[in-house]
Design a protein around this ligand. Sequence first.
Ligand code: AMP
Length: 281
Amino acid sequence: MVFHKKQLLEKELSFFYLNNKKIGFVPTMGALHKGHLTLVELALQENNCVVVSIFVNPTQFDNTKDLKKYPRTLEQDVALLSKLSKNIYIYAPDPIDLYGKKVQSKNYSFGGIENQMEGKYRKGHFNGVGTVLNLLFRAINPTNAYFGEKDYQQLRIVKKLVEIEKLPIQIIGCSIGREPNGLAMSSRNKRLTDIQFQEAALIYKTLKKVQVKFKKDSIPKIHLFVENTFLKNNHLVLEYFEIAPISHLKPAKRKRKETRYRAFIAVFAGEVRLIDNIALN
Ligand code: AMP
């Protein structure tokens, strides 16, 4: 069932609130793929019903062209979700229903995580993410909310957001769904040409090599390896590659014992920006 107005959705969910039933929530920007559906399937298993929001949030885009070109496939998305279960409520608002008249971000401080990587390269991105999720969480009041590790930094920010906003919601991280060639599934993949799609397999291939190299090589040596790998490719341009402790996500220059690290990468295939990450130890 699709709702464009939050008031109507709230009414529909009142049965679940009144009877102390569990509501799972999967926020998305639509153009759904199997990676999204894995989150929805897990949410269905762990809750009495699931709300999936489909909303391309304008405040989290620093690049207007990217916002304009973001794939929008509501009809297909609804068909996919309807096939999955009858217990799914789809919330697809326009910006005013969610934000009111002022479609703008609140300023958040997430303890510094917001300034690294995605936050550094996409100005205001995490303020937009925090703002829209705060609004969605308050409209839906879910028990559990599901986020992909594909956007690992975002997952960490959402955990901070519910602390800051004192929201009694459990945030659950889900592993990354991949194409057969290893490329992380993404709505943006729909914008890739066939050749870009094939070449983009290099991103995960490189991360897997980084995972092996991390056992013996220094961090600067690994950086050189990654930079050279992408310099040799005619279809992909590296935006950033970082290795960071998962505790604070500040890029590391050297390895420390008893610290858990992840590698993070952002790459352009033409105008399409792709991100991925991997656990290193
Ligand atoms: P998006 O529609 O891109 O905003 O993504 C909505 C949710 O799906 C976010 O929590 C993403 O991290 C998650 N997601 C997107 N792609 C994948 C993927 N390949 N594997 C797992 N989760 C994903």
